[in-house]
Design a protein around this ligand. Structure first.
Ligand code: NAP
Length: 685
């Protein structure tokens, strides 16, 4: 019996598993380095714990505090990253590959932390406004709210990114306020286990918010209900099987799928071998083939080039691939590591054989291929392999078969329409790259590609220095693709958080909607007090606190003075004749004067808790203000966000958005906007 340790699942707050089951081998030398555990997991208990304890501890927090927690978790993981790099070594990953997994994973936590702080409210109700007036008298409104689903998110992940793959799903579901159960791909589950141990040891994880399954999911999917969510990343065939689990269908459990995808890169016809873009193209394809030994869901599997560039691309690309040293990443100079396991190695070998039925080999497959490093002859290495399909329109081949390794197939196209048609033959992909220096080509090709791709990356010399590359999903942009790519959307800013929230339409009076959304809805009851709202600390304010100002009659002198002060002498304000011919039929005041005059009406001039006005949203000049019109403003506390911010001077503060309505003597709205302020919290002694 091997001495290799047994991994443990983290279920219902306990680490369980001591009896060895499946041996997990090092990709570098084939030795068993860990075992999965043999003990059966009680999924009834696991789900009950998540629903009870996980839900309770997450609901004791809110969107803002969970965002802060994500940031702290990210920091903790970075502080302890070296232990993760060390363990990742067995997976055959180079330091650069593991950087994507480890630091990319922590980066995703940071990204969701800052998106959450910026875009989500305090509390656990997200108002998807604006509220719509439904009744003629303004007493019946409708709007949407999103609240955390009352269930558990089950994440089933592929083996290729054991940490990032977990964290890119955990970040949005945690921010939303749902507990999760993570099941990593077994082959590299030792890396995920190490990351979960770190997260647990950090003391930052609310109890029950994250459970880990090593090994199989047993009857877990059969026990889910309509409040739960399943996300899956892996092969299209497993996705197809799991998404039709009868219990998931019967209970309408959302299933977000990310499956294998036959991504492509297109070299546009405008690029010649002498252009910088030609080299960029070759570099990008080679990089996508070799990073993570090509085990990336976004890797370029199909290399589409104009027919007259096939030879030039094949030559340059194979020369570049030949220079890639493959072997044990701890050996100096090694650029590409191993596939994650021998099973993967056998799988890639098989799929290359299938691809060779419709293509020829340009490079790779050498009988004398020998990876660098001691013991690597038993490792799961695979030589970078470039294929050429002379009949790109043929059925099957690279449009249908995924070799999940360092393999790509070059295909020639006749014109851009043909290129777009070939790209679509992947039946839906996560990403495609278009390498062009011609904006007209980009303008024509990208919208056509978009129908079949989750992301389109346009590369030329101008963007190349800053480009994050073809293969890198970014937290703020959509990651997911149509059709074969699974039809899901794992990332994409706050939209990914919404997969774990229930959207509900709410109808009622503006006062009721204000109470539910915690966001003042116009027409709702306001609270006017003796104390000016700008003199109230953050803690003393609430949505609906309001001030109706005194009035001011706009004079010609106002317009002239404002014109001179600002330098804005637009005819509508100064040319009597032209203004008469305009749609307003008279000279009108500058909109920005109305804005400034309104500030003059509602601002409290003395020192107070309002620290800064840092912006203005949703500004509309609704009706003109002419000479002789009399305006006034209503300022109402609309939305309050407590991000836990403290100034450099140590003063705690919160964000307050104020609704401003400027009206004229006929009570008609002339200007409408939100102003954004920072407001001090009541000092604590
Ligand atoms: P896989 O064999 O489909 O496995 C994916 C996950 O599903 C693993 O955790 C696996 O567990 C689990 N699984 C398999 N059968 C299951 C079942 N009956 N019930 C519950 N769970 C089950 O894929 P893989 O070999 O891990 O990953 C490689 C594939 O994933 C490639 O095709 C790649 O293109 C794709 N991929 C796609 C994306 C994307 O974002 N679109 C990202 C990465 C990878 P075990 O490991 O224990 O079998």
């Amino acid at each position: 019996m091997s001495q290799a340790p047994t991994l443990q699942s983290f279920i219902a707050g306990q680490w369980i598993g001591s009896e060895a089951a499946q041996g997990l081998t090092s990709a570098l030398n084939g030795e068993v380095v860990y075992h999965t555990h043999a003990e059966q997991i009680d999924f009834e208990e696991s789900l009950a714990f998540a629903r009870r304890q996980g839900n309770q501890s997450l609901m004791a927090m809110d969107f803002q505090s969970r965002a802060s927690c994500l940031r702290n978790l990210g920091k903790y993981l970075l502080e302890h990253k070296e232990s993760l790099y060390e363990i990742s070594h067995h997976s055959g990953a180079t330091r650069a590959d593991s950087w994507i997994d480890i630091e990319g994973g922590a980066g995703t936590l940071f990204a969701y932390a800052s998106m959450g702080r910026r875009e989500l409210p305090s509390g656990n109700v997200l108002h998807e406004g604006d509220a719509m007036q439904l009744g003629p008298k303004g007493k019946f409104y409708g709007s949407h709210i999103l609240v955390p689903r009352n269930g558990v998110a089950v994440h089933i992940n592929a083996f290729n990114f054991p940490i990032w793959g977990m964290l890119e799903k955990f970040a949005p579901n945690f921010l939303a306020g749902m507990p999760c159960i993570v099941k990593p791909g077994s082959a590299t589950s030792y890396v995920t286990e190490a990351a979960v141990r770190l997260m647990q040891n950090s003391g930052l994880l609310p109890e029950g918010s994250l459970q880990l399954v090593i090994g199989r999911t047993g009857d877990l999917l059969d026990r889910l209900n309509g409040q739960d969510v399943v996300t899956f990343t892996g092969s299209a065939s497993t996705a197809a099987k799991l998404r039709v689990t009868p219990n998931l269908i019967n209970n309408s459990v959302p299933f977000n799928g990310e499956a294998d995808s036959l991504n492509c890169a297109i070299l546009a016809p405008d690029v010649t071998p002498d252009d910088a873009e030609f080299d960029l193209f070759v570099k990008e394809v080679a990089r996508e083939m070799t990073v993570k030994a090509g085990q990336k869901c976004t890797a370029i599997r199909r290399t589409l080039v104009p027919e007259n560039r096939v030879d030039a691309v094949a030559e340059k690309l194979s020369a570049r691939l030949a220079k890639t040293t493959v072997g044990d990443p701890s050996v100096e100079g090694v650029r590409m590591g191993a596939l994650a396991s021998h099973t993967q190695q056998a799988d890639v070998r098989d799929t290359v054989e299938q691809l060779l039925q419709t293509s020829e080999r340009i490079c790779g497959g050498n009988a004398d291929f020998a990876p660098t490093g001691a013991g690597t002859e038993n490792g799961a290495f695979f030589e970078p392999t470039l294929l050429l399909s002379r009949d790109p329109d043929a059925e099957g081949g690279a449009h249908d078969i995924e070799a999940f390794g360092p393999v790509s197939t070059v295909m020639g196209y006749r014109d851009v329409d043909h290129a777009v048609a070939l790209a679509a033959r992947g039946k839906g992909s996560l990403v495609s790259s278009l390498i062009t220096n011609d904006p007209e080509v980009a303008g024509k090709v990208v919208p056509a590609l978009a129908a079949w791709h989750g992301r389109v990356h346009i590369l030329n010399e101008e963007s190349s220095k800053e480009s994050t590359g073809h293969g890198s999903p970014l937290p703020m942009l959509k990651h997911g693709g149509p059709g074969r790519a699974g039809g899901g959307e794992e990332l994409g800013g706050i939209r990914a958080v919404k997969h774990y929230l229930q959207r509900t339409a709410v109808q009622g009076s503006p006062t009721m909607l204000t109470a539910v959304t915690r966001e003042y809805v116009r027409g709702g009851a306001v609270n006017e007090t003796e104390v000016h709202p700008f003199r109230r600390y953050f803690d003393d304010l609430k949505p609906g606190d309001s001030l109706l100002t005194h009035r001011r009659t706009v004079t010609e002198a106002d317009i002239v003075n404002f014109g001179c002060l600002s330098g804005d002498h637009f005819y509508m304000h100064f040319d009597e004749i032209a203004a008469k011919d305009s749609q307003f039929g008279k000279r009108i005041a500058h909109g920005y004067f109305v804005l400034s005059a309104a500030a003059g009406l509602f601002v409290y001039p003395g020192e107070g808790p309002v620290l800064a006005n840092y912006g203005l949203d949703t500004l509309r000049f609704v009706n003109p203000v002419g000479i002789g019109d009399t305006i006034r403003a209503r300022l109402t506390c609309k939305r309050m966000i407590d991000q836990g911010k403290v100034s450099e001077k140590g003063e705690a503060q919160g964000v307050v958005a104020w609704d401003v309505e400027v009206t004229n003597q006929n009570d008609e709205l002339v200007a409408s906007y939100d102003i954004l302020t920072l407001v001090l919290k009541r000092p604590q002694d």
